[in-house]
Design a protein around this ligand. Structure first.
Ligand SMILES: [Zn+2]
Length: 548
């Protein structure tokens, strides 16, 4: 409702805006090297039919099927990073190395992975459950069985006292009562229509939300500490979340996302909270069956067993992988591309974000194999710790470019041109978000115009609609940084942070297109006379602000 009314409100204004700049006679401002573009495409698609050169499938296979989930610092994450380093070296890239960074003191990331899980309902009748252990969950003490109990976090001391002593030996259903699942009538996957892209190109003028949604009051620090202490005393056996209702979503919110055995894990920081009890995420339909039985006072017994391996020696640091193609005439000036190497552990992190890594690596391979001469250095970064709050990219930016709190700039800040981020899933590039950098618009218009057989190149003045991603680490210190606008495909129904984010959710032709678009943007940025234009430098922040 809110967004629809905005879009209608904008139609009139947008006609005035689009017409003058949309004419055919607009002068091209960027000089495009069409021979380089031909070489870039040939290095990916092959110069003759039936002779594809793409390595995307091979890269994606290794990052997903071969090494598996890449939860930051897990053994699989570290093995994948080793493989990436070797692969980039084999391709002849320069300066290939891992850059270590310290985890924030309040956010340790010990190496964790699950080595065994079983979860079932044993009473009133047996049912195996579709389940995953929550990231960084502690193990159970062997196979445990206990009574299920619907649980809602108490918001007052009185509520808490009413429950005291009642949780011992229980299997807690933390999502509360069953939540209705909307009939998923919308297609499971979609590409942007022309109309939707046109809508994304238009600025949204902020208006006050006429329908503010009620939200649960946040727990005070004191109450949170009390609950933690109480759970430690009462010792419930295990906690179960419904995979459809994320902890921060509204109770009872019906949704057609994540149904049919697809479950989504929490998307924020569990590693640093004192996650004192083993925690399992259940497919919504299975969670709901248990919750409905309990609502009718039918006793339910659940069984669970989680085995994990934890290595604390890794908790204080993690890594990013860096590689370069050195510039010829301005080697100290840098254009960058990046994607995050880490994933959630619920599947193999294929669309979030093995495919972004694969396309970014492939763009580097294309540029290298095309032997194109570039003035500036092109640098690739594959980040760790993105899913815990852009930890790897923020640490890198602080180390090399600027401190986002004090806004103290390092010498490399001035030498930097642009950062391009791939983290929008497996859908092909349909455009780019300007993140309000108006000055970059004519440049990207010309770069996309040369690629019009691959993408219409919608330019959205906005940033990605929701969430955070690694380009923000650069943007928040005043460096030009952009997020590609990609087709959503089945990201929000099947793949994003789910137990189904496997290689099967990857669309290889889309990923090949991503690699070619990225390679051509990197080439253009590395060879145009000037660095990309910047927004104003942000003001220094108070030390306690920002940071997620
Ligand atoms: Zn991601």
């Amino acid at each position: 409702m809110f967004r629809t009314s905005n879009a209608i409100g904008f139609l009139a204004a947008s006609i005035l805006f689009i017409l003058p700049s949309g004419g055919q006679d607009r002068q091209q401002r960027e000089s495009i090297d069409l021979n380089a573009l031909y070489k870039i495409k040939a290095a990916e698609f092959g110069s003759t039919v039936g002779n594809p050169k793409s390595k995307i499938e091979d890269i994606a296979y290794n990052l997903t099927d071969r090494y598996g989930p890449r939860l930051t610092n897990s053994p699989e994450f570290r093995q994948a990073a080793d493989w990436v380093v070797q692969q980039l070296k084999d391709w002849g890239l320069a300066n290939v190395h891992m850059e270590r960074w310290a985890t924030p003191p309040n956010r340790p990331l010990p190496s964790w992975h699950c080595t065994f899980l079983s979860a079932s309902m044993v009473k009133p009748s047996y049912q195996p459950l579709i389940a995953v252990p929550e990231a960084w969950s502690p193990p159970t003490a062997g196979s445990i069985t206990g009574s299920a109990m619907l649980f809602q976090i108490p918001h007052s001391t009185e509520e808490l006292e009413r429950l005291r002593g009642k949780l011992a030996g229980k299997m807690l259903l933390l999502g509360g009562p069953a939540s209705g699942l909307a009939l998923p009538e919308a297609p499971l996957a979609n590409r942007f229509t022309g109309e939707e892209l046109a809508g994304l190109a238009i600025e949204l003028i902020p208006v006050k939300d006429p329908f503010p949604r009620p939200s649960e009051p946040p727990l005070s620090d004191e109450m949170e500490a009390k609950i933690e202490e109480w759970l430690n005393q009462d010792k419930p056996l295990a906690k179960f979340w419904s995979g459809v209702r994320l902890p921060w979503e509204l109770p009872g919110a019906a949704t057609n996302r994540y149904q049919g055995g697809t479950l989504v894990g929490p998307g924020f920081e569990n590693a640093s909270t004192a996650n004192s009890r083993p925690t399992v995420i259940l497919a919504a339909e299975h969670y709901n069956r248990i919750a409905r039985l309990l609502a009718r006072n039918v006793p339910v017994q659940l069984q669970a067993e989680i085995k994990t391996e934890v290595d604390e020696t890794y908790k204080a640091e993690s890594l990013n992988v860096i590689a370069e193609i050195p510039g010829v005439t301005k080697p100290t000036e840098v254009v960058m591309a990046g994607a995050h190497l880490d994933s959630w552990p619920y599947a193999t992190g294929a669309t979030d974000n093995a495919i972004g890594c694969a396309a970014a690596m492939e763009a580097m391979r294309i540029l290298r194999d095309s032997h194109l001469r570039m003035d500036r250095t092109v640098r690739l970064a594959l980040w760790g710790g993105e899913e815990q709050g852009m930890l790897g990219s923020r640490a890198y930016v602080k180390q090399h470019f600027a401190d986002r709190v004090s806004m103290q700039l390092k010498p490399e800040h001035e030498k930097f041109s642009v950062y391009l981020n791939l983290d929008g899933g497996s859908g092909k590039v349909r455009g780019i978000y300007l993140r309000h950098n108006e000055m970059a618009r004519p440049i990207f218009e010309d770069w996309f115009a040369a690629l019009k057989d691959l993408t219409s190149g919608t330019i959205s003045i906005r940033d990605m609609d929701n969430g955070v991603a690694d380009h923000l680490a650069f943007d928040e210190v005043g460096l030009p940084a952009f997020f590609f606008l990609q087709d959503p495909l089945d990201s929000e129904t099947r793949s994003h942070h789910t137990n189904m984010d496997t290689f099967d959710r990857i669309q290889l032709p889309d990923a090949e297109q991503m690699a070619v678009v990225l390679a051509s943007f990197l080439y253009n940025a590395a060879t145009r006379p000037d660095k990309l234009p910047r927004k104003e430098l942000p003001a220094p922040k108070r030390a306690d602000s920002g940071g997620r």
